[in-house]
Design a protein around this ligand. Structure first.
Ligand SMILES: [Zn+2]
Length: 110
């Protein structure tokens, strides 16, 4: 087995692969259905969107932790760093949720 470059998209693929995992190009002449390929790409994007929601939650959590350690409890107002972290985290999380929702509904239509 060796690594060759795909004649269609020139990404590196295994010489044993019948179809290119990147673009669906087929050496045997039977190419993957465009719907299948699209679903695969959507699933990949959905995975990224899901990771983004986790990242947003993590950043929000960091913001609360900074708040906690700066004020020794949630007594005082959050400092600028925690405000920024919580703001970015919440916005990022919500944006990722919307993206995730759009990807899921597009996947259902396929
Ligand atoms: Zn390819």
């Amino acid at each position: 087995m060796s690594i060759v470059s795909c004649p269609s998209c020139s990404q590196r693929i295994s010489s044993l692969a019948d179809t290119c995992p990147h673009c669906g190009f087929s050496k045997t002449g039977v190419s993957i259905e465009p719907e299948v390929l699209q679903a695969r790409q959507l699933r990949k994007l959905r995975y990224r969107a899901r990771m983004l929601t986790y990242l947003g939650m993590l950043i929000t959590l960091c913001g609360f932790l900074v708040w906690w350690f700066q004020q020794t409890g949630f007594n005082g107002l959050p400092g600028q760093v925690s405000q920024l972290l919580i703001g970015v985290g919440v916005v990022g999380y919500l944006a990722a949720r919307v993206w995730l929702f759009m990807l899921s509904s597009r996947l259902k239509k396929l």
